[in-house]
Design a protein around this ligand. Structure first.
Ligand SMILES: [Cu+2]
Length: 167
C-alpha cells in the first residue's frame, strides 16, 4: 500500500507527516503494550509443601525511565487470587500487609524478596513443584503489562546474600 504512495513523489511529501505518525502508532501496538523501560529480573516462586495455602513470588523490578512507576496488579491462572504484599514489623511481630501498589521510583529499582515486598499467590488449584514455571501477568499504572515466567525453587538467593539463614 505504501509502495504505491511512494511512487508519487508529490503525494509522499504531503503524506510524510501523517505516514510517520502512523508508523509510530503501529510500532507501539507491535510492542503488545509492554514498556521496555520496566525490566523484570530473576522472577522466582518460593517452593512450598503440596498443601501450602499460598506461595511467595520474588524478583527485581528496574525502572529505566524518568517517571515513577507503580505495579498495580498481578494475575496468574490457577490461583483464587493474587495480591501485592509487604512484610513489615508491627509491634515486634512480622506481618504481611496487602498493598494497593508497589512503587518503583524513576531510574531506580524495587527488590521483591523474602521478608519484604512480594507477590502472593493465594489458593492454588495445585501447588507447583520445584522447577515448574508460573506465568504471572504484571500490570503497571502507565497502562502497560507484561507476562513473566517465574521458576519455582527453594528460598536460597542466587544473588550475593551475606545475611544469616532465617528459618
Ligand atoms: Cu504475603
Amino acid at each position: 500500500m505504501f509502495k504505491t504512495m511512494k511512487t508519487t513523489l508529490l503525494l509522499s511529501i504531503f503524506l510524510l507527516g501523517a505516514k510517520s505518525a502512523f508508523a509510530m502508532h503501529h510500532q507501539h501496538n507491535s510492542e503488545q503494550n509492554h514498556d521496555e523501560k520496566l525490566i523484570i529480573n530473576e522472577p522466582w516462586v518460593r517452593a512450598a509443601p503440596a498443601n501450602a495455602p499460598m506461595l511467595g513470588v520474588f524478583m527485581q523490578i528496574q525502572n529505566h525511565s524518568n517517571n515513577d512507576a507503580k505495579l498495580i496488579s498481578a494475575d496468574a491462572a490457577g490461583y483464587q487470587r493474587v495480591e501485592l504484599h509487604r512484610t513489615m514489623e508491627h509491634h515486634g511481630v512480622m506481618k504481611m500487609i496487602k498493598q494497593d501498589f508497589m512503587p518503583i521510583a524513576a531510574n531506580n529499582q524495587l527488590n521483591l524478596k523474602p521478608g519484604s515486598w512480594h507477590i502472593m499467590l493465594i489458593g492454588p488449584d495445585a501447588v507447583p513443584a520445584e522447577g515448574d514455571v508460573v506465568n504471572i501477568k504484571l500490570t503497571f499504572n502507565n497502562g502497560t503489562s507484561q507476562i513473566i515466567n517465574a521458576v519455582v525453587r527453594k528460598g536460597k538467593m542466587t544473588m550475593k546474600h551475606h545475611g544469616s539463614h532465617h528459618h
